[in-house]
Each structure stands twice: as structure tokens, then as C-alpha cells.
Design a protein around this ligand. Structure first.
Ligand SMILES: *[C@@H]1O[C@H](CO)[C@@H](O)[C@H](O)[C@H]1NC(C)=O
Ligand SMILES: *[C@@H]1O[C@H](CO)[C@@H](O)[C@H](O)[C@H]1NC(C)=O
Length: 330
């Protein structure tokens, strides 16, 4: 999927009873999380009111460029690298003291034509893959908290997506990509990121198998990003989300909800806002203490994936400003 709106990233471990006045990130850290963050990118950085909010590190301790580190931006022509746009977000993170989550190195979308329409052999495409990863990761060396090395490699049934990578290289493209990233920056955390792996099932099993595959090659994988694009009325039960997180952490990797939202049709109804609040609160924040901890963030309103989201006055959600897609639950 292609999510270009403001999305959120949330590491595990938030607990309940956050003070309403606390910033999102500060509240998350106070409860043992690493950060609360958001995606952003060049087009919205011209909006001063928006950037004022984005700069508020009490709310956002981490930012992710939504698009400007993707292949079509960073290597639009073969071996011609362009980091200008990605650097703008990296520089903003540096200036603000925010963690930078880097996204992404290998995906089946937003590939330039020279990659997607090229005629490749296993050997030539593997060389292209390694060259891209090496150059991009080296450019951002020391600046990223984590890289999403491979994004969305799985089909909905948990089998490998029939991408140019898989078709040409086979599943080996995944450990090859992780090894290239590890060689280019041994210190950055390396993540696999996907959606619909937030509950147990064949796709989550497929993602666990990707972790094992990389490990079986003797490679390094540090984390799994669970995108967590939920829909009001369909968010999985907390115990199912928690046991799924544990299945990943049992493999020795950390987990992060990287793009959390609980979307609904707008205009929102009171009933949907209430249900959305309940479902946000039910997203577990810790595998070990899931029964006693809840994530107390709340998304209000929203216009699906495109455009900004607005907080709406709701039963338990206070309107803070027009730029947040999340409020802290009262
Ligand atoms: C946002 O933060 C950056 C870096 O700290 C700063 O240069 C810029 O002026 C800030 N913008 C606003 C609108 O606060
Ligand atoms: C492509 O080459 C790699 C070695 O670089 C190998 O592991 C993989 O199995 C090959 N894939 C196919 C489809 O032959």
C-alpha cells in the first residue's frame, strides 16, 4: 500500500493514564517507549503552522520521510543518486534533535522505470540492488535510528509478493538486501516492514519466516515494523495483537508500530469516534505487560490516506489543532 499522509510511528510500551497536557512523545517516553513520531515530507514543509507542530519535540521525537528516501527519488537514473529531498528531512530531524526513521530501501512500488522495466538477470539485478542499498545507506550513515530495508515483500496470503525482486532473484533478495545494508552501516537498526502482520495468521507467519530466513543466512535483522493500518470496527483484539508481537520478539527482534491509524469514513460520527478511541486504547504497547498497559493515543477524524487529518471534538477527544491526526485520550 502507498501511504502518503501523515502517519505515526510508535514503539512498544506506552501505558495508560497519560496526562492530557503531556506531549505525545514525552508521554510515551515517560511510560517506557522509545519515541512517538510521525511521517512528514518536503511538500508540507512549506506550511509554517504545520511545521511549528512538527517541530514540537514534546509531541514528535521521531520523524520519517514519507517518500523522499524511496528509490524513485534517490536513484531516479541508474547510479545517479539524489539525496536533496531526503536530506531536508534528515537535517530537520538533526536540527530538532528528533530520531530519524529511514524508509525504505527495497520495495515493489515507487521504483523508477529503469528498474521496473529493465531486463535483468539474477546477477545484474542483484548488483543493482546492492549498489542502491550501499550508496543510500552510506549517505545516511550515522543519521538513521533504523532503516526499513525491505518493505511489503509479502502477498496477503503470506506467500512472497511476485515483485521484480522475487521474480528475478528469489527469496534470497531479502537476506542479500539486509547484508548489504549491514555492511554499509553496521550500527543502524535494520527492519522488515509490512501491513496486515499485526495479528496471527499466514501473513504474520510469513513475516516471522522472513526474520528466520535472514537469520539462517547469518544476517542481521533488528526489528519488524508493523504498519498497523486499522479500520474502525475491525481492529483486532488486544490479546491477539499482543501475542502476535510476542511471536516476533521471541525471534530476538524489536517491534514498532510504524504507521498506526484507525481509519473511518468521514464525517465522523460520535459512535465511530467512541469506537475508534476504544480500539486505539486496545492496541497493546508491551508484549510483557500487555494486560496492564494500553496505548492511550487517539486518532480523531481523518480523511483516509490522502491529505491531512483533523482532530474533531468527540466524546473523549479534545481538538488540539488542525494538524494532528492523533490526540491523547482524556
Ligand atoms: C522548525 O525547526 C527548524 C529546525 O530546528 C527551524 O529551522 C525552523 O525555523 C522551524 N520552523 C518553524 C515554523 O518553527
Ligand atoms: C540468485 O542468486 C543468488 C546468489 O546471489 C542465489 O542465492 C539465488 O538462489 C539465485 N536466485 C535464483 C532464482 O536463481
Amino acid at each position: 500500500m502507498r501511504f502518503q499522509s501523515l502517519t505515526t510511528a510508535l514503539a512498544v510500551g506506552v501505558s495508560a493514564h497519560l496526562a492530557q497536557a503531556a506531549g505525545l512523545h514525552d508521554a510515551a517516553v515517560a511510560k517506557g517507549l522509545l519515541y512517538f513520531g510521525t511521517a512528514t515530507d518536503n511538500p508540507e514543509l512549506t506550511n509554517t503552522a504545520y511545521v511549528t507542530q512538527l517541530n514540537n519535540t514534546g509531541d514528535f521525537g521521531q520523524i520519517t520521510p514519507g517518500n523522499s528516501q524511496k528509490w524513485d527519488t534517490t536513484e531516479p537514473s541508474q547510479n545517479q543518486f539524489s539525496f536533496t529531498k531526503g536530506d531536508i528531512v534528515a537535517d530537520l530531524a538533526d536540527a530538532n534533535g528528533q530520531k530519524l526513521r529511514c524508509h525504505n530501501l527495497v520495495w515493489h512500488q515507487q521504483l523508477p522505470n529503469w528498474v521496473s522495466s529493465g531486463s535483468w538477470t539474477n546477477e545484474t539485478l542483484t548488483a543493482v540492488l546492492k549498489n542502491h542499498i550501499t550508496n543510500v545507506v552510506k549517505h545516511y550513515k550515522g543519521r538513521c535510528y533504523a532503516w526499513d530495508v525491505v518493505n511489503e515483500a509479502l502477498a496477503d496470503d503470506g506467500s512472497y509478493r511476485d515483485s521484480i525482486w522475487y521474480k528475478t532473484i528469489g527469496e534470497a533478495y531479502i537476506p542479500i538486501a539486509f547484508a548489504a545494508a549491514a555492511a554499509a552501516d553496521p550500527d543502524v537498526k535494520l527492519y522488515y516492514n509490512d501491513y496486515s502482520i499485526e495479528w496471527g495468521g499466514s501473513k504474520s507467519t510469513g513475516a516471522q519466516n522472513i526474520v528466520k530466513l535472514i537469520q539462517s543466512y547469518g544476517g542481521k535483522i533488528d526489528g519488524v515494523g508493523l504498519q498497523a493500518h486499522f479500520t474502525v470496527g475491525q481492529t483486532p483484539a488486544r490479546k491477539d495483537l499482543a501475542s502476535n508481537l510476542k511471536a516476533f520478539t521471541d525471534l530476538g527482534v524489536e517491534v514498532a508500530y510504524t504507521e498506526v491509524d484507525v481509519r473511518m469514513q468521514t464525517p465522523a460520527t460520535e459512535a465511530n469516534l467512541q469506537q475508534q478511541s476504544t480500539e486505539f486504547a486496545n492496541i497493546p504497547s508491551s508484549t510483557s505487560t500487555a494486560s496492564t498497559r494500553v496505548k492511550a493515543y487517539y486518532q480523531c477524524g481523518g480523511m483516509n490516506y490522502q491529505g491531512g487529518t483533523e482532530c474533531e471534538e468527540g466524546l473523549t477527544c479534545k481538538k488540539w489543532n488542525p494538524y494532528y491526526s492523533q490526540c491523547i485520550q482524556a
